[in-house]
Design a protein around this ligand. Structure first.
Ligand code: ACO
Length: 248
């Protein structure tokens, strides 16, 4: 099979992709779109696999198939147009998406939020520490109109922690049992974060399944760190979304 060159698929240095797997500006008939998507999928899968290996993960976070099945996720790809004899090569990825999370601040107050999350972030090994990661991350922040401390990070690696410290002044992250981590400043803007997600009311999941019934306080932390959907009557009725939790 003949693969489409990166420069023929991705016109910009940074391309924003969603579940359609069609780069902005790409034109062609059905056959050429299919061919392009096959080529792009192969690149995304290879990069996703390298990212997982670099982070020591036993499952791959980013694949073309996963992106296709996640309508709210966004994948930014960074290319080097001069690589591969002028055909171009993809050298970095950054995947983001909103997640419904329960997060504890430094005072054991729990917040129910739906922040934008960094789900996967990778620059080719021999390209790291050349500023490419910052270019990609800055692009995403500008595109999403966010500051770095407003994001939740899914399983930050030591390199990620240093990256955030160096480039965005985030000195430390508060690690949660659900594997996410946020900057301490995250909680100061928690209400605003939800409003940026376009929600005028707190983000809650519907009362379904085993989490539908009201729970005694002792069970809540378990549910929270289980990461599943939990119907919170307090938040549904518009009371404070952050409250003290001493039971975990
Ligand atoms: N060791 C320590 N810190 C590092 C390293 C490293 N090997 N590589 C990058 N950093 C940090 C440092 O703060 C570095 O600054 P310094 O060189 O002055 O010490 C800074 O990042 C460099 O910034 P950039 O050059 O813009 O970043 P880079 O292009 O290297 O991309 C990234 C950063 C994506 C973290 C890259 O290093 C990488 O792919 N690492 C392996 C995979 C990984 O850990 N991804 C993040 C997982 S968390 C998640 O995905 C939600």
């Amino acid at each position: 099979m003949e693969w489409v060159a990166v420069n023929d698929m991705l016109s910009e240095n940074i391309t924003k992709l969603n579940y359609t797997l069609i780069p902005p500006g790409f034109r062609g008939d059905v056959r050429s779109v299919r061919l392009m998507q096959d080529s792009l999928s192969k690149l995304i899968d290879a990069l996703g696999e390298q990212s997982a290996t670099a982070q020591g993960l036993n499952k791959v976070i980013t694949t073309a198939e996963k992106l296709r099945n996640a309508p709210t996720h966004i994948l930014y790809l960074l290319k080097d147009s001069k690589a591969k004899g002028g055909k171009g090569d993809v050298i970095g990825l950054l995947k983001i998406g909103r997640k419904h999370l329960f997060l504890f601040d430094e005072h054991d107050k729990v917040c129910e939020v739906e922040p934008l999350c960094v789900l996967d972030f990778f620059v080719l090994r021999d390209r790291q520490r050349h500023g490419y990661g910052k270019v990609l991350f800055d692009h995403m922040l500008q595109d999403m109109e966010m500051a770095a401390h407003e994001l939740a990070i899914d399983g930050p690696s030591p390199k990620m922690e240093q990256f955030l410290h160096k480039n965005y002044g985030i000195e430390r992250l508060l690690r949660q049992n659900n594997n996410f981590a946020v900057a301490p400043q995250f909680f100061a803007g928690a209400a605003e974060i939800n409003s940026k997600s376009g929600r005028s009311t707190p983000a809650v999941t519907p009362a379904l399944g085993r989490f539908a019934a009201p729970k005694p306080p002792s069970a809540i932390a378990t549910v929270i760190h289980g990461g599943g959907s939990y119907y919170d009557h307090e938040t549904r009725n518009g009371y404070s979304r952050c409250r003290a939790m001493n039971s975990h």
